[in-house]
Design a protein around this ligand. Sequence first.
Ligand code: MN
Length: 378
Amino acid sequence: MKKILLLGSTGSIGINTLSVLREFKNDFSLVGVSTNTNIDILSDIIDEFKVQNIFIADENKKEEFQSKNKKIKLHDSLIDLVENTDFDILVNALVGYSGFLPTVHAIKRKKTIALANKETLVVGGEVIMPLAKENNVDIIPIDSEHSAIFQIINNFKNIELRRIILTASGGPFYKTPIEEFENITIENALKHPTWSMGKKITIDSATMMNKGFEVIEAHHLFNIEYDKIDTIIHPQSIIHSMVEFIDGEIYAQMGVNDMRLPIQHALTHPHSKNTPFERLNLLSHNTLNFFEVEKIKFPMLMLAYECGKKGGLYPCVLNAANEICVDAFLNKKISFTDISKIVGNICRDEHNKNLSIDSIIECDKSIREITLKVIENI
Ligand code: MN
């Protein structure tokens, strides 16, 4: 029986993880959960799974919860939850930068990491991967593309890789003419064609920042140069990614668009279990298309390559500026195209390249302030 600590339990990946745990009751027990604001769902989770270790991020919601549940003792912070819960696997389903430090603490405690929070590796891949190696910790990706590559690479360890090909659904705008990008509304941007996800990642998919983050994530996870990471639009999202080896063979991993499959894979790794979830019916998906990414329409993807190659704190700058801009877009303070303009300008300033856990924390904080000031002056 493996003990699971689930951060971000009420978000999209969190809910899917609970659905997996329900199906594998004899293999896993849920020992800790966190939520940002959703105390109603949290209460249901606590009742159903008898969870003892809990953290609520939002202060008001925490008070509201505590007044209704006087006997339940809450943890003081995510770090406190990670440090003082007895668990085997951390499922990090947090959104954004908030996922970084909890991963660091779990690695230092030598716990297995099932990682859905890609920003952990975007902002800190250069420190996270060596730290994981030093502590002999496995980082198993939940992100569907990386889960696909992880599965393929694990099966072909002795063949030299030529490149990896990350598939992208293209989001809602890969067919939209560039002249129309100025008029994109929040409602348009939140309509993702193939995946149902939280708001932040849905906007990141629309700008293709999400794919850019995945490029950086892949660079760190698989220790592969940026020039060997390609992206291709595959609107059906049936092939979750591909790996090409030097002998010309390309292997693709396929499955339905259901995050429970990569979650099941991450939790049961290195073993596999019969899945109770829907299997891919090839006859109902008899067309698979591929298109080139039109780079001019998606400057955020190119910016990710640029910042990734520069390394150091640049990916952290990219992430912090993007988080603030996505939030501003969702609050109607800036337009869709402003996101890439503002983030691009901030990333092209000179930034310190000295990387450490402390410099990442400092950089994230200062770039948020700088970005907010830029937005105020628009
Ligand atoms: Mn993904």
